[in-house]
Design a protein around this ligand. Structure first.
Ligand code: ZN
Length: 445
């Protein structure tokens, strides 16, 4: 009898230990457990259709692919150099590429295949790329949506930085060689918008300019635009002050017909117009995208691109109705970034990060985000043509594979340490890869 009670007590103690181990996350998983859960999760995660929050789906010779161009002397991160064998793997998976490198005589095979697809026209080619990667919907950052992109699958995100540069840009362009490339392109986009709106010259006063700005956003939305995008971090700080309207009005009156504004005046004018843009975005329920991360070029300022610069805007009750999407995860400030999304109208994505770093590091970033605000994080490919051979196609492949494996690994670690069940893990994976974005753009409840 005594023995039975002892055994019973032992059993009870063991039971309590087991259930408390399940309830409290632990820092280590049993060896082999993470791998087992990963192997179980990954095939299910592969079947989740992706909603891609940020891409530049394009053929490499299409000048509408971006409102800016690559600066003259770019230093590329290791993973994005032509020597990365992953790009070969992507070309093999997508096209059956028969070579193991991109030597010019080999790359020719791939370039010809893509040129033939471009020449054939129609939307089937890019739809088929998305199909091969199980990407359902994709936002396309472009000056205009190309005829070869199926509007059912590719949704247009248009650029708005050009509205910040209507005055004489001589001093802006002369700041450094990168700006010498960027600013003339902004002037071109502004001219295009003026043509679109039948505006022949800059309006005579600030009120006229403001209504031109607001009307262009309204019309771009009618043309299918689902969000507007600032690349401002390439040109200036993401810190926007709050100047009174009469100050902006005086600067516009003085310089709209000519004369070079001082840096200080131009900055104040831009800060005011920026606020007109985000105010209109709130009224139109048009999400506002920001490049908020490192950037290409020899003169990109990390400090200027830090997402913390936007805090005064994101936390301003006047813009509580505006949805802000800080793309590229604020990289390398990914931890600051996820805390910015504590505000209900702020979102982020893993575009760019997902191909700058390898999946082992992306896993760590996603794990931290999932642990904090899993309903604010989205997948983004930042698919982009690097040259005539390695195109947006291969970068779609690289980004999708990296994100699926990294999120599976992050979730496997969390399940193994007892944070939540596998079922919950799959729900979190669906939120990251699809649902959060589908909800943000109103395609899902
Ligand atoms: Zn991009």
């Amino acid at each position: 009898m005594k023995r039975i009670v002892q055994i019973g007590l032992l059993f009870l103690t063991a039971l309590i230990a087991a259930s408390s181990a399940r309830a409290q996350a632990k820092p280590f998983a049993a060896s082999g457990e993470v791998q087992k859960i990963y192997d179980h999760l990954l095939p299910q995660i592969d079947r989740i259709p992706i909603y891609d929050n940020h891409s530049h789906a394009t053929f490499p010779d299409d000048s509408d692919m971006d409102a800016q161009a690559s600066p003259p002397d770019e230093s590329t991160v290791l993973r994005l150099r032509d020597s990365n064998p992953e790009f070969v793997a992507g070309a093999k998976a997508l096209f059956g590429y028969p070579y193991d490198d991109f030597q010019p005589e080999h790359a020719k095979w791939l370039i010809e295949k893509k040129k033939a697809a471009e020449k054939a026209g129609g939307t089937a080619y890019w739809d088929s790329i998305l199909d091969k990667l199980n990407i359902e919907t994709c936002l396309a950052n472009r000056v205009a949506l190309g005829a070869y992109l199926d509007p059912k699958r590719f949704h247009w995100v248009f650029f708005v930085d050009s509205f910040l540069f209507p005055l004489d840009n001589r001093d802006q362009t002369g700041k450094n060689p990168d700006m010498g490339v960027y600013i003339p392109l902004q002037e071109k986009v502004l001219k295009r918008y003026m043509q679109q709106e039948n505006v022949t010259g800059l309006p005579a006063d600030l009120a006229g300019y403001e209504s031109f700005v607001r009307q262009t956003l309204t019309d771009n939305q009618k043309k299918g635009g689902v969000a507007m995008k600032f690349e401002a971090a390439y040109f200036r700080s993401l810190y926007f002050s709050d100047p009174p309207r009469d100050k902006a009005e005086a600067i516009y009156a003085k310089f709209h017909a000519g004369g070079v504004p001082s840096n200080e005046d131009y900055r104040s004018f831009q800060d005011y117009i920026f606020r007109v843009l985000i105010d209109q975005a709130g009224k139109l329920n048009l999400p506002v995208h920001f490049h908020s991360a490192v950037g290409i070029g020899d003169y990109f300022s990390l400090r200027n691109g830090n997402p913390l610069n936007l805090e005064n805007v994101l936390r301003d009750p006047r813009y509580a109705k505006t949805k802000f999407v800080l793309i590229h995860g604020g990289y390398p400030y990914t931890l600051e970034m996820i805390w910015m999304t504590a505000a209900k109208n702020v979102y982020t994505d893993s575009s760019l990060v997902g191909y700058y770093v390898y999946p082992s590091e992306l896993k760590n970033i996603l794990k931290q985000w999932i642990s904090l605000y899993p309903e604010r994080m989205m997948f983004g490919s930042d698919a982009f043509p690097f040259n005539d051979a390695v195109g947006a196609e291969e970068t779609f492949w690289l980004a999708a594979h990296s994100a699926r494996t990294a999120v599976a690994a992050a979730l496997a670690e969390l399940v193994a340490e007892g944070a939540f069940t596998e079922e919950k893990a799959l729900e979190l994976a669906r939120m990251y890869l699809h649902d959060n974005a589908a909800r943000l753009y109103g395609e899902m409840k």
